[in-house]
Design a protein around this ligand. Sequence first.
Ligand code: ADP
Ligand code: MG
Length: 476
Amino acid sequence: MTNTAETVWTNCLSFIEDNITQQAYKTWFEPIKAVKLTDNALNIQVPSKFFYEWLEEHYVKLLKVALTKELGATAKLVYVIRMENTYGNKQPFTERIPSSNRSNSTSSQNVNVPLKSKSPELKNPFIIPGIRNVKIESQLNPNYNFENYLEGESNRLARSAGIAVANKPGGTSFNPLLIFGGVGLGKTHLAHAIGVDVKDKYPEKTVLYISAEKFVQQYSESVKKNNRNDFIHFYQVIDVLIVDDIQLLSGKAGTQDVFFHIFNHLHQNGKQVILTSDKAPVDMIDIEQRLLSRFKWGLSAELNHPDYETRVAIIKNKLYRDGVEMPDDIVEFLANNIKTNIRELEGAIISLIAHSSFNKKEITIDLAKKIVDNYVKHTKREVSIDYIQKVVSDYFQMDVETLQSKTRKRHIVQARQLAMFFAKKFTKASLASIGSQIGQRDHATVLHACKTVDNLSSTDKQFRKYVEDLQKKLTI
Ligand code: ADP
Ligand code: MG
């Protein structure tokens, strides 16, 4: 049987659907049509350039995984943008041209792949800086720059420190520069912006952005493959090392140890280290004291919730960049209703634009209200069973496999029962489905777990504390 564009795409879709929210799937994937498959390149048609950019920015990894599963490592993806206003014109209009000379080019381009693109200006999320790589890709996202990182009271210190560091990496007293603050407040953006600016000013410097999560993974790989030293050397040649979300090193003693050595080496050699965290150093748990004290050597700068003016400015800037107009009262409405998370603010704008453009509706206050309601509620409720298991196992300092295992050790059984209890409480999943996701148990086990947790929390003080702590962690 031969693969047709349609069957390949249908298979990709079912994989994608399982991996994102229903809302996102409906908005971003249902409108796509597969048009042809030649030379292992799948051509998909998307409704607009905006749409394409959104896919590229948010779903490129997922698309790549889905496509590679279907077509193997040589898979390519070509976007065909349905031209607005030029009826019947099927000229492909795709990316990878700098925006200044974007035009109705007749050549279509491959987007995700080839996976080993050499061209340095292309952002290629698939080259993870491997050990022994000669040239280190900085993994920076050029869209996260200072130009579109708006300044406000809430970020002034962090932003100026970032600029100072970018001007003189390793040469200020802000070393390390630790940026901390809650979710969606701009840590990752700022961290990239510093890196992008350094690269601009000092192209010869080796800059590397890495999430702590990936760092942990790489480290454990290196231990498995017995090349821990190569791993360390790789990091020691970097001039500006940016590690995002270092709170994720918590509880990982081996990785902390190796990071400690890398940090010392870089610091002693006048190299710059930039870190982000969702907590202030004093609040970090399960991070070794000697590492924590290093974090405090330089400057810790907090990102706070943006004030009203900053929120309005951020919305307007985003609209301006997307070339969308929106009445002021709606901008104000959004700024008044989404206050604590810039990512949510952006999400609501995008949803609003998407809804209005797909349904050909005008952007009205009513539509905005609906979206804010859905959006804000939606993100608050977005607790998955996986997430619950992760939170519970972190809390009891075990890994998820242990929590799911068949063991009858009391503390593990309790952790598992708590995970089931919260899955029942915070998700709409059935008892059977909760059971099957938490270590392949049946619905009766889940029911029993829920009852046990209820009983224990009214009779056992320590246990009640567990429930309360976890409840807090899951609802913020
Ligand atoms: P964090 O890493 O703190 O969770 P991000 O850096 O991912 O947050 O920011 C969330 C979103 O908000 C990003 O799309 C980012 O571009 C945007 N954002 C955050 N701060 C600003 C700002 N000061 N100006 C413009 N956009 C911002
Ligand atoms: Mg982040």
